[in-house]
Design a protein around this ligand. Sequence first.
Ligand code: AMP
Ligand code: MG
Length: 322
Amino acid sequence: MCRKTLRLSPDPKGISRAADILRSGGLVAFPTETVYGLGGDARNAAAVARIYEAKRRPPHNPLIAHVAGINAARRLAQFDPRAEALATAFWPGALTLVLPVRADSRLTPAMTPEGAGTVALRVPKHPVAQALLTAFGGPIAAPSANPSGRVSPTSADHVLEGLSGRIDAVLDGGDCPVGLESTILSLVTPQARLLRPGGIATEAIAEVLGGPVASGKDTGVLTAPGQLASHYAPHAPMRLNAEFPLDGEIWLGFGPDCTAAEVTLSATGDLDEAAANLFAALRLLDARAKGRRIAVAPIPDYGIGEAINDRLCRAAAPRDST
Ligand code: AMP
Ligand code: MG
């Protein structure tokens, strides 16, 4: 696949063009509040196959179906009272729910893991994502718009760096406000299970459910690429929890004490700001590293800090373990 990738404005003309491309089986990257998604028609097998091809994504990693609202989601999956409560609390927003798929969903089989009978659903909040979903009028399959295993894109430029010539268009909606992927929660078992920490804090989910959330990592079963050891990886090697940089390191700071940092995630120690800056900072440091290692200051592990640390651990994991 080699073609020119259009950069579309997120105005009515650009949205309508993007929806036409989706209807004809093409691929359009679009902004969501988390990261840019690589969209294709979730009911078109060829379009979904193109997503895997463009990203070079391993075939066993299923995709999230994005829909405009809870009514559209109910047409694809079975909602129990927990799903209803979580959707009411967090949709539109950065929470993906894994639910039993409905027999009449018309989703292409690649959208539902073999034999599991489940589907991952999300209602994004970003106005451009909402406008595209409304114009298209159906579910859009959309993993992050980056080559598999690499750092997720939080701007249209990031998308083009990784996928230019491999997709039809990108809707340029500026920087993504949350900056980290959605939280993925499985509701197919009696106890809710966290498959990937993300933009909605686990504590907030537990509060709505009225009880603790199990960790997907306990199962030993790979159900989300976020569970792969190496993922979200820059090219440069990394060292975490670095109180200061060593010789041959370039430092990514957090908080007011990191004055020697090359780049700081948040000078005031604000975790939301750090999440929004994380992926762009990793890209910038990767470009400047020139053979040096990226050392990262400690990040608190509560709220969205759990997701930041999860991404940093996978970015730092040995590369031969994927
Ligand atoms: P990405 O969009 O690349 O950030 O990743 C989407 C995530 O959703 C992947 O980790 C998938 O494995 C996960 N996912 C999608 N569908 C399912 C499903 N039915 N069950 C479990 N995980 C899923
Ligand atoms: Mg991804």
